[in-house]
Ligand binder design. Structure first.
Ligand code: PBG
Length: 327
């Protein structure tokens, strides 16, 4: 029997060799924690389909961002859940709207210690649950929505958001918001473009988290799950329009898109490990069917390996503690 000269197992023999030979690393500064804050709450409320994740009150939000700053994770991404909604999402650009108030609250607590990011999309604020405003025929009106996004972006920048997460998948949204920010002097406000955001089943638990009013789906604006090249094209367009960071979302079902986008652009590429990805691992772990800590860290490492420079994940805080303990 012939035997290979080269023995790959040499690099796996001891924990010290494996640590030294590891190609991909995961550190707390690469993790961003999404947070939900609901108007009118006096204390936090659990989200049934996302065990361990809550809708925050302004007080509990203050506490968790202080914890996130102490853990030195990369940042937080804020989502607002308003008490009342309307057709155009008026709460989104109201300085007294929940997301803008929450942003001010967070900035007053942590300042620049965390990169404080805000979701820039209308779906949490509209009574129909779509990411934009509707035309008379019921379709989402792209260009009318851009006007709402620029107003929302300016309100978020005024509230102190360091980075706007444009998650609505309207054509031209990055260019429109960049232009509006620059015209008002917000030249330092960063834009995170959710460039390749796929329409699919993995956002289910999020809809509970934000009390979504959506009936139907988002297939006329989010990408078709079969389309990888189109995801790359969207990322290239967003870079051209001025995106500082581009993102692929969801993460695990789209690792090929992540790798292709990474190869195609020279700005940072992030991934969003979404609510459904979170719920799957939590549910299997709750049954004792999977090792929770192992599965969480392996999923994050896999997303990094595929090309993500940073990851939005509901496990950001807990994973940061595990990663420190492993050092
Ligand atoms: C839109 C938005 C969504 C998510 C983040 N931003 C919902 C959607 O597109 O339907 C989903 C995140 C998750 O599922 O964890 N504001």
């Amino acid at each position: 029997m012939s035997f290979p000269e080269y023995r790959p197992r040499r690099l796996r023999r001891t924990p010290a060799i494996r640590r030294l030979a590891r190609e991909t690393h995961l550190v707390p500064s690469q993790l961003v924690l999404p947070l939900f804050v609901r108007e009118g709450l006096s204390e936090q409320v659990p989200i049934g389909s996302m065990p361990g994740v809550v809708q925050h009150s302004l007080d509990s939000l203050r506490r968790v961002v202080a914890e996130a700053a102490a853990a030195r994770i990369g940042g937080v991404m804020l989502f607002g859940v308003p008490e009342s909604r309307d057709a155009v999402g008026s709460g989104a650009d109201d300085p007294n709207g929940i997301l803008n108030v929450a942003t001010e609250t967070v900035i007053s607590e942590v300042g620049d210690a965390l990169v404080v990011q805000t979701d820039l999309c209308l779906d949490e604020f509209t009574d129909h649950g779509h990411c934009g405003v509707l035309a008379a025929d019921g379709t989402v009106d792209n260009d009318a929505t851009l006007e709402r996004y620029t107003a929302m972006g300016l309100a978020q920048a005024r509230a102190g958001s360091a980075m706007l997460g444009l998650s609505g998948m309207m054509d031209g949204q990055v260019g429109a918001v960049r232009q509006a920010l620059d015209a008002e002097g917000f030249t330092d406000t960063l834009i995170l473009a959710y460039s390749a955001k796929y329409a699919g089943a993995f956002y289910g638990p999020f809809r509970e988290a934000v009390d979504s009013q959506l009936k139907g789906d988002r297939r006329t604006y989010q990408l078709d799950p079969g389309n990888g090249r189109e995801g790359v094209r969207e990322a290239l367009l967003d870079v051209e329009e001025g995106a500082d960071v581009v993102m692929v979302k969801p993460a695990l079902p789209y690792l090929d898109v992540l790798a292709d986008v990474r190869a195609a652009v020279d700005v940072p590429v992030w991934a969003y490990q979404v609510s459904g990805e979170y719920a799957m691992i939590e549910a299997a772990a709750a049954h004792g069917w999977i090792d929770r800590r192992g599965a969480v860290l392996e999923s994050l490492l896999g997303i990094r390996r595929a090309g993500a420079d940073a990851i939005l994940t509901y496990w950001a805080l807990e994973a940061s503690h595990w990663l420190r303990a492993d050092l």
